[in-house]
Write a protein of this length. Structure first.
Length: 203
């Protein structure tokens, strides 16, 4: 069976990482990495619990992740679907990974660390947008920060206009809900009212 099951097998195929792949890793914030984080309007948040993994998209105005100091990031938890998968995972397991993406920029910034959830009133108020505070703030203690090379973005042509897909060619959220509930949830009305719902609940 052609299955890799040991680290030795893996190393025999891939070899060892070259020096740039290792020296790019910092264990606290640097001025260069700070520039990327302050410009990023989007990240993917990965967490883990005893039941498995979760990866959640987080987006806001550029620089929405605050650099509190060289060792700490602050991520406001804006309104969503109230599943709180990521927050529940953090309570069970503080290990966390952030993947920052900037439209038009091929390199990605990754942060590995440990997190906890704050509901400090002053901290919540400091993240208020349009008079609305996040319900909590994720405090991330940086363990590693480094850039990911641009190959994946280049191969996927992610930021190129020619790669954009007409959303009408894919099932809509309303259609997915309707199909999964025999029409009890979702449907055309769900899709039609979503833009107004989103506008009222972005923050």
């Amino acid at each position: 069976m052609n299955r890799i099951e040991t680290l030795e097998q893996l190393e025999n195929i891939y070899g060892k990482p070259k020096p740039p792949a290792l020296v790019k890793v910092a264990h606290k914030m640097t001025a260069e990495y700070q520039s990327f984080i302050e410009a990023a309007p989007f990240l993917a948040l990965a967490t883990c619990s005893i039941d498995g993994l979760d990866c959640s998209p987080r987006g806001d105005l550029a620089g929405f992740v605050r650099i509190e100091n060289d060792d700490t990031l602050l991520l406001p938890d804006r309104r969503g679907n109230n599943r709180v998968d990521s927050l529940a995972n953090i309570i069970q397991n503080p290990q966390i990974t952030l993947m920052f993406m900037i439209p038009g920029v091929p390199n990605i910034i990754r942060v590995n660390g440990e997190a906890w959830i704050s509901i400090d009133p002053d901290r919540l108020a400091s993240f208020s947008v349009n008079g609305k505070e996040p319900r909590s703030v994720i405090v991330i203690e940086i363990r590693e920060i480094y850039f990911q090379c641009a190959r994946a973005i280049v191969r996927s042509k992610l930021w190129e206009m020619e790669s954009q897909i007409d959303p009408d060619t894919l099932p809509s959220p309303g259609e997915i809900l309707a199909a999964m509930t025999d029409g009890r949830e979702g449907g055309i009305s769900y899709d039609k009212t979503w833009p107004d719902r989103a506008k009222e609940t972005l923050w």
